[in-house]
Design a protein around this ligand. Sequence first.
Ligand SMILES: [Cu+2]
Length: 114
Amino acid sequence: MIKQTLLGLAVVLAPMLAAAHSNSEATTPAEGATVADVPELSMRFDDPMRIVSVTLTSTDGDVEIERETGMEPATEFRALPLEELTPGSYRFDWRGMASDGHPMQGSFSFTVAE
Ligand SMILES: [Cu+2]
């Protein structure tokens, strides 16, 4: 829970924190980070998570990404942007199913520098 708070995910996940399901531990880019480029997007979980859907949104709308991780539960999820991300703010949203069967969702945001 502490790690989630540091990642800024607490607001999104707060209603579900009481249960013992898998939680997001770290993301790439990191929550709130400013980065020069984004070769890949990734999330790590402390327990296998089946990621059902992901979206990457910029101020101009949805950005196309391609999943590297399939629909099987995994402790690491990876996706690739299909085009170079232009400078600006982005938000990555995901929905999934924790290993205890609970539906989960979360998001992280980052900025691509000018
Ligand atoms: Cu749970």
